[in-house]
Design a protein around this ligand. Structure first.
Ligand code: UDP
Ligand code: MG
Length: 308
């Protein structure tokens, strides 16, 4: 059986909202007049989410429920959704209604007009603390523009044509940054804007620690800038060292060498700091390489519930 649209929803502990979300996306999908399926990826939820989506799948054969063996993270859930989706186009949407389902109609229209990727962009970023805002700024500055995509406004709310889905699935890396990768693959794209509503219930699944780790991992897998930076710092300090050495030697020969114990200590501390940071940067990239080489699956499915 062919399916027109697949809607993929990553769900992690969303018992408070998932029923309403499913109802609202279903209404939007029905309005498109296309055949569709809804793939709910339960990312190891520990509340009643798993039962709720199983129940939704029993009540409506178009709903597929995938359950992860544990919490693998949203990126893994998105990948699993793309792997399971059979539609000619796939829409990815958050389960917490921060991505307005009412945009689906317009996104499908743009796809039918010939765009391969339709991205929903944040018109404003919603209410965020100052620290969060600064952190986000730093992150986007480091990430730069991936394939010309404006990451600052980017969200994971996207429609992808089958061709784009296959291109994404063919990328071999395990460290996934969906927004960045979608920018990287190219294709003909269009954008729609939306205001980010507040989360109505439940909690954001992102702790600060999780967010920092996520950002660091994305920077490491998307840019080698930190490595080049350490090389440049090394070069500059070597040049400085030559100049300082020449001066010291000159002073020694001229007989006016001061006894510079403090200077020596400061230099040792400063340069060992630089050296250790440089080794650290290399080590971090090496760890990433090791993770990729291990080639573990991105996620493990515990159970799948659908008609088939
Ligand atoms: N999510 C997930 N696994 C996680 C954390 C979140 O699948 O480990 C899902 C969550 O259920 C929601 C989406 O990813 O559908 C966005 O999560 P959240 O609202 O917590 O992120 P934020 O909007 O704060 O970026
Ligand atoms: Mg959210």
């Amino acid at each position: 059986m062919t399916v027109g649209l697949s809607l993929v929803v990553p769900v992690y502990n969303e018992e408070a909202l998932i029923r309403e979300t499913l109802g609202r996306v279903r209404a939007q999908l029905e309005a498109t007049g296309l055949t569709f399926e809804i793939v709910c990826v339960d990312d190891g939820s520990t509340d009643d989410t798993a039962d709720i989506i199983d129940e939704a799948s029993r009540a409506d054969e178009r709903v597929v429920a995938l359950h992860f063996a544990r919490n693998f993270g949203k990126e893994a859930a998105l990948c699993a959704g793309l792997d399971a989706a059979r539609g000619d186009a796939v829409i990815l949407i958050d389960a917490d209604l921060q991505h307005p389902p009412e945009l689906i109609g317009r996104m499908v229209e743009l796809w039918r007009e010939g765009h391969d990727i339709v991205e929903a962009e944040k018109a404003d970023r919603g209410r965020e603390s100052l620290a969060y805002r600064l952190f986000a700024k730093l992150f986007y500055a480091l990430m730069g523009r991936v394939g010309g995509a404006n990451l600052r406004r980017a969200s994971d709310f996207k429609l992808l044509d089958r061709q784009a889905v296959e291109a994404l699935k063919a990328l071999p890396e395990k460290a996934r940054f969906f927004r960045g990768l979608v920018g990287w693959i190219g294709f003909r794209r269009a954008a729609v804007r939306f205001d980010v509503p507040e989360r109505k219930a439940g909690r954001s699944g992102w702790s600060s620690a999780k967010l920092v780790r996520y950002a660091a991992s994305n920077i490491i897998s998307f840019t080698t800038l930190p490595l080049y930076l350490t090389a440049w710092v090394g070069l500059v300090t070597t040049l400085l060292g030559v100049l300082l050495g020449a001066q010291t030697l000159y002073n020694f020969v001229a007989g006016n060498a001061v006894n510079g114990f403090t200077t020596v200590i400061l230099l040792v501390i400063f340069f060992s700091g630089i050296i250790l940071s440089a080794i650290g940067a290399v080590a971090v990239y090496l760890a990433k390489v090791l993770e990729e080489v291990k080639g573990r699956p991105l996620y493990i499915v515990r159970k799948r519930r659908d008609r088939r």
